[in-house]
Design a protein around this ligand. Sequence first.
Ligand SMILES: Cc1cc2nc3c(=O)[nH]c(=O)nc-3n(C[C@H](O)[C@H](O)[C@H](O)COP(=O)(O)O)c2cc1C
Length: 193
Amino acid sequence: MSKVVIFNGSPRKNGYTTKLLEQVAKGAKSKGAEIIEFDLNDSGIRGCQGCFYCRTHDGCAVKDYLQPMYKAITEADAIVFGSPIYYYQITGQAKIWLDRTFPMVGDNFAPRHSGKKLITIFTQGSQNPEMGAEGIKFVNNMLAAYGWKLEDSILCCGTTNFHSEKLGRYDSNLEQFEELSLRAFKDGENLVR
Ligand SMILES: Cc1cc2nc3c(=O)[nH]c(=O)nc-3n(C[C@H](O)[C@H](O)[C@H](O)COP(=O)(O)O)c2cc1C
């Protein structure tokens, strides 16, 4: 059975990132995959302690909520990562996770767990895709350096209208969101051989 590990960098459990990640999960499940999810907003997560344990061991010395992810990633066929764009970058929660993936590489940055399929999902308030572009490029490049093969990277723009009287959501983007949801579902299906 294919194993898909999902990392959600959004604190909003009913937000756009979560919804798109759910679609990937649904698509993969529909093809029989096992799904393992990690909530990167969990209060039991510690940041990288810079101890360099992972330079000599394939693993992490920090024993916390994220500890089981190392085994999960080792066994996974595919990794799915999602985050909103906060201040042009991934969320702080997601960055803490990224630091904790240092064990994915060993000497001379040689990947220890290469060959996984990868889907990334990003959402941002701005309608302008350039806003999150640099942050997204950085994350996609980092994860590719682990030998993970980027199958698709979705950016959902224009989720939030900060200028409305009530903090609203752009109705005009509902159609786009539906399209991206479908794309996310298909991405999930395609993760399973
Ligand atoms: C602290 C903070 C910073 C944000 N910074 C940006 C930004 O730099 N560019 C942008 O387009 N949207 C920004 N946003 C809006 C979010 O990217 C947007 O609401 C996103 O869709 C939230 O994802 P979610 O629905 O999965 O929680 C920011 C939101 C917050 C709370």
